[in-house]
Design a protein around this ligand. Structure first.
Ligand SMILES: [Zn+2]
Length: 216
């Protein structure tokens, strides 16, 4: 059979055609903390980036404690499910995944040059039906005090409900093992502006770490 294209070109084309995805492990190496960034071009929804994360829950007594905190509107520091610390060696890979989508899929039209149009914050919050994902960049001084490294953590919180009765119902369901629509993981749709912001957070952390490294 004679093909115009090489097998390598065919694979490259397929890679762009099939939904691209990248997996990112956690610094603690727990498999349950692996997160996935995926791109989807849905005919109805259009171009979208998803971030998926496993919802790791504790035993009943811990859930009881967390569920009661939620009902009484007390937020846990590190989320209601285990968090992921993105490896600082993966920052580049994450940025290039997000940027590649912009290059290969014109529908996802990220403008990176209008930095003046919004206020940069070190936190990105994205809601799903059930939960809130917060991506937070912060300096963890006890980790490598000589380097002042900036970590990026992905936390998942039970989505806040204003009404006490709604929180009560959600908190009780959480205590008895209900996590979300998707079961043991949750999916967060990252819109264009949020993707842009995520890139800024990562670029900022990478720049911070580079600066401190060069000062050594
Ligand atoms: Zn971990």
């Amino acid at each position: 059979m004679e093909n115009e294209k090489s097998y390598e070109e065919f694979i490259e084309r397929e890679r762009n055609r099939l939904s691209p995805e990248e997996f990112f492990g956690c610094e603690c190496h727990s498999f349950e903390h692996v997160i996935r960034l995926a791109y989807s071009n849905d005919e109805v929804e259009g171009d979208e980036i998803y971030l998926d994360k496993c919802l790791v829950t504790n035993g009943f007594l811990e859930r009881l404690k967390d569920g009661l905190k939620y009902i009484f509107n007390i937020e846990r520091l590190y989320g209601d499910f285990d968090s992921t610390t993105i490896k600082y060696t993966d920052y580049d890979r994450m940025i290039s995944f997000l940027k590649k989508i912009r290059e290969t899929h014109s529908g996802y039209n990220l403008h990176f040059d209008d930095s003046s149009s919004y206020e940069f914050k070190r936190t990105l919050s994205v809601d799903s039906c059930d939960n809130t994902m917060r991506i937070v960049a912060s300096v963890v001084s006890d980790k490598m005090p000589w380097m002042n490294i900036q970590d990026i953590n992905v936390f998942i919180f039970l989505k806040r409900k204003k009404s006490f009765f709604k929180r009560f119902w959600k908190g009780i369901r959480y205590i008895f093992g209900y996590e979300c629509n998707y079961g043991l993981s949750d999916e967060f749709i990252i819109k264009e502006n949020e993707a842009k912001h995520l890139i800024k957070i990562i670029e900022n952390a990478a720049a911070n770490n580079k600066k401190h490294w060069e000062k050594l």
